[in-house]
Write a protein that binds this ligand. Structure first.
Ligand code: AMP
Length: 286
């Protein structure tokens, strides 16, 4: 593990050279960006990364730029030693875990990547500036690591959409690969923020995946039925504070309206106690 930009670049260059010497003419570097507090969702991304290339780099950075003033930057779970040990168990030794000062030596940046219209809806509406901060750090990580491939989870569906858009809009030479959501046995989407949930809150949190399950059961009855099935499940659970429930076209990330047939992503975000959770599910609506 290193917290230094110069060192991670040197380590990646060494790994590329070693791979060439080992007979791989054009080794592929795969980057998995994370904020740490690693769980099986992250580790699934790592396993996917191994299949997609020859050299896997995991970054661990809780990016201040993507947190709003009243968000959980200071309390966000940080478990660096355990994360590095888990990655070593998985065969990953190239771990880049910079400090905020390493990434933002001037305290902030005056140049940012702007997420545009699709960055100001859903998560972006509740968290103004979040996606500009996220795209800015992802862009920095791409410049630091120069990966051939970057792996992101579908758990953060709008993030994945926006990273793909940035790569297309700015001709970034990185292939972006999405990985399906990893869930606990009972359906709860794994998240570092689940660590904040009490037992009772964790039970309430299951409402999100149950609402998406209900939405999926209604997918043959049209988009209105999909949304009302999910809404009924959410309405029946007074302990959660719904932020949004919506169905979007995965190609544009804009809401779909009836009549609609085709692929649609149902998004849900809610507060459970003090913890904000998100989930989504892709449906074939007819
Ligand atoms: P985070 O550390 O929360 O920023 O997440 C780092 C990456 O892991 C992001 O691309 C997330 O979408 C992905 N991720 C987080 N949780 C899951 C999950 N349950 N299933 C799949 N990917 C996930």
């Amino acid at each position: 593990m290193t917290d230094s930009i110069i060192t991670i670049r040197a380590q990646i260059a060494d790994a590329r050279r070693a791979a060439v010497q080992g007979g791989i003419d054009f080794p592929r570097v795969v980057l998995v960006p994370t904020m740490g507090a690693l769980h099986d969702g992250h580790l699934t991304l790592v396993d996917e990364a191994k299949k997609l290339g020859d050299i896997v780099v995991v970054s661990i950075f809780v990016n201040p730029l993507q947190f709003g003033p009243n968000e959980d930057l200071s309390t966000y779970p940080r478990t660096l030693d355990a994360d590095v040990a888990q990655l070593a168990d998985r065969g990953v030794s190239l771990v880049f875990a910079p400090t905020p000062a390493e990434m933002y030596p001037d305290g902030d940046v005056s140049t940012r990547v702007v997420a545009g219209d699709a960055g100001s809806t859903f998560e972006g509406r509740t968290r103004p500036g979040h996606f500009d901060g996220m795209l800015t750090v992802v862009s920095k990580l791409f410049h630091i690591v120069s990966p051939d491939v970057a792996v992101f989870g579908e758990k953060d569906r709008q993030q994945l959409f926006l990273v793909k858009r940035m790569v297309r809009d700015l001709n970034v030479p990185v292939e972006v690969h999405g990985v399906p959501i990893v869930r606990a046995e009972d359906g709860l989407a794994l998240s570092s923020r689940n660590a904040f949930l009490s037992d009772a809150e964790r039970r309430s949190a299951l409402t999100l995946s149950r609402a998406l399950e209900a939405a999926a059961s209604a997918q043959d009855n049209g988009i209105d039925a999909v949304l009302s099935a999910a809404q009924s499940v959410l309405d029946a659970e007074p302990t959660i504070d719904l932020d949004y429930l919506a169905a979007v076209d995965p190609a544009t990330f804009t809401p779909v309206t009836s009549p609609y047939a085709g692929s649609s992503v149902v998004l849900v975000a809610a507060r459970v106690g003090a913890t904000r959770l998100i989930d989504n599910r892709t449906l074939a609506v007819s």
